[in-house]
Design a protein. Structure first.
Ligand code: ACO
Ligand code: KIV
Ligand code: MG
Length: 550
């Protein structure tokens, strides 16, 4: 790889434009502008059909976008028809403004106005490339000639906005801004502002795209602050950013730019868009949300958003896509699971309403995900805490700590041996097969208790296929049965641990019991039992613990 072939292609602003760096918090949501239906759409292998665009538009409205770039009407019949369909069928809610993109070329601008004629509220977004590379290689024009493309475009947009019926506002982008000298880009933008004559009542948008991301995010933020300080009619101009993600820092670009004075962010769901995509609206909004700032977008039904997005764009939401991916709340590793299970429990019983659960930046339930299916996932990296959590959450078994540890190793080894994740029912199956109500080689077929001095038990025990009748005594029922088992089997062991809890609520509730017994050779075995009768549940646990020795 010949790194000498490359050099930085960006143009930093002079020193003195980084006061944004003293801020560590974004205080309010920006004006969001979805560019899913334009920048996102133009990057798809198969652009969306009219019906797909309509469905996506409705999804964006439902999420709460108030400004939606709906297309590039001059690009194709579908794009044009889509815009006309929205307008002609009154499908644009009163509080939503549509936006359309056009190059600064006469026939394309005219076609764009035909597409939006009669729109209740529309932003005409016109652009031309200003970068050094495009001036040299694509347009082969001087800086002033390139500036004239912008100002001619602005003149025509302004003229047609007075000729066509509709309520129009304007956005201008010096496209390839990040490859443009900031002073020159500022000169072009100010020339456009001077023509459009925005007012505080009818502001225009100056969009500073990182068309191709070329620098680290702080360089971009400095550029935004430079514009914030030097744009004409600043009180009548909304600074917008439109970060792409070539260097993988689109979110950082947008966030630092907001600190530096950007008021609008153009973005796409799941970071769809040209090449590596546009900045991801979900990450940006949820980053605000997770800091306690109202993002003004609603992602409470993330599974539905993923489903519609994947179907209409034919793209895939990556498993690690922030906040939305299938695995972003999943913890496989033992120490994470342990901390999460304890954190969840702490939150259940704490008065502190703020979410601080370890390893999970937002409560999955807030965005329509579930704890059991999404959070604790079991494989060979898992630990007793997580495995215990899965059993407790889904089946109500609250295992004693030592037993949980033993089950943990058993479950891990099954996953390791089979080289696969274990589903919740599979974890339960391992628990049942290993501990629950085990009947072999010993099984109690009949049992009667009578109270004398202490407790007497008359027990029929099937052991290794043979039935043995036995009378025994003890200081309680479990003790009497323990003595009967010892006498029939000729073994010696000591009851070490016993606990029980109810499994379900109501009159027919079952009890779950856990018993460990110590053996003369120093080993310990565990068993679990269930029954509607609490005594029988304890006996089942005892028998299981006994059987686990053999
Ligand atoms: C960074 C971005 O995302 S910008 C948006 C990009 N999106 C798209 O291009 C999708 C939609 N585009 C299209 O469907 C087509 O490109 C159309 C319909 C707009 C135009 O189509 P065509 O005229 O056939 O082709 P094309 O786009 O290649 O035109 C290139 C010409 O436009 C000029 N041009 C390109 N962009 C601009 C602009 N913003 N302003 C003025 N002129 C421009 C080029 O210099 C070139 O000029 P030339 O004919 O003198 O060589
Ligand atoms: C049209 C412009 C804003 C664009 O998409 C870009 O520069 O990335
Ligand atoms: Mg773009």
């Amino acid at each position: 790889m010949n790194y000498q072939k490359y050099a930085p292609g960006y143009y930093p602003v002079p020193q003195g434009y980084s006061s944004w760096a003293t801020k560590d918090h974004i205080e309010k949501a920006p004006q969001w502008c979805s560019v899913d239906l334009r920048d996102g759409n133009q990057a798809l292998v198969v652009p969306m059909s009219l019906d797909e665009k309509l469905e996506f538009f409705k999804l964006l409205v439902k999420i709460g976008f108030k400004q939606i770039e709906v297309g590039f009407p001059a690009a194709s019949d579908t794009e044009y028809e889509f815009v006309r369909t929205l307008i002609d069928n009154n499908m644009i809610p009163d509080d939503v403004t549509i936006q359309v993109l056009t190059q600064c070329r006469d026939h394309i601008i005219r076609k764009t106005f035909e597409a939006i004629e009669g729109a209740p509220s529309a932003v005409v977004h016109f652009y031309n490339s200003t970068s050094v590379a495009q001036r040299q290689q694509v347009f082969r024009k001087s800086p002033e000639e390139i500036c004239k493309i912008a100002t001619d475009g602005a003149e025509l947009v302004k003229k047609l906005s007075q000729e066509f019926d509709g309520n129009f506002r304007f956005e201008y982008s010096p496209e390839s801004f990040t490859g443009t000298e900031p002073e020159y880009a500022l000169h072009v933008c100010n020339a456009v502002i001077d023509i459009m004559e925005p007012t505080p009542e009818r502001p225009m948008i100056i969009n500073l795209p990182s068309t191709v991301q070329m620098s680290m995010p702080h360089v971009y933020a400095n550029q935004i602050e430079f514009f914030h300080n030097h744009l004409h009619k600043r009180d009548s101009v909304c600074i917008s950013v439109h970060p792409h993600n070539d260097r993988g820092t689109g979110v950082a670009d947008a966030e630092l730019a907001m600190l530096a004075g950007a008021q609008q962010v153009e973005c796409c769901l799941f970071g769809n868009g040209e090449r590596t995509g546009n900045v991801d609206s979900i990450t940006l909004a949820m980053n605000l949300y997770s800091h306690g700032v109202d993002p003004k977008l609603n992602f409470s039904n993330m599974p539905e958003i993923c489903e519609v997005y994947e179907r209409v764009t034919r793209m895939r939401v990556h498993e690690r896509s922030p906040y939305a991916g299938a695995l972003v709340f999943a913890a496989f590793s033992g120490s994470h699971q342990d901390a999460i299970a304890k954190g969840m429990d702490w939150h259940k019983h704490s008065d502190d309403s703020r979410w601080t659960c370890p390893y999970i930046p937002v409560d999955p339930v807030d965005i329509g995900r579930t704890y059991d299916a999404d959070v604790i996932r079991i494989n060979s990296q898992s630990g007793k805490g997580g495995i215990g959590f899965v059993l407790a959450q889904n089946y109500g078994f609250d295992l004693p700590a030592k037993m949980r540890e033993e089950l943990g190793y058993t479950v891990k080894s099954v996953s390791d041996r089979n080289h696969k994740e274990l589903s919740t029912p599979e974890v339960y199956e391992v628990f049942c097969n290993t501990y629950l109500n085990k009947q072999d080689p010993l099984h109690i077929t009949e049992i009667h208790f009578t109270r004398v001095d202490g407790l007497a038990a008359n027990v029929d025990i099937e052991y290794n296929g043979k039935i043995h009748g036995c009378n025994s005594v003890g200081n309680g029922r479990l003790d009497a049965v323990t003595n009967a088992i010892k006498s029939v089997t000729g073994t010696d062991f000591a009851l070490d641990y016993y606990s029980e809890h109810s499994l379900d609520s109501g009159s027919t509730s079952r009890a779950a019991s856990y018993i460990s017994i110590n053996w003369p050779d120093g080993t310990t075995t565990w068993g679990a039992g269930t029954d509607t009768d609490i005594i029988q549940s304890g006996i089942n646990a005892l028998v299981s613990a006994f059987n686990n020795k053999f």
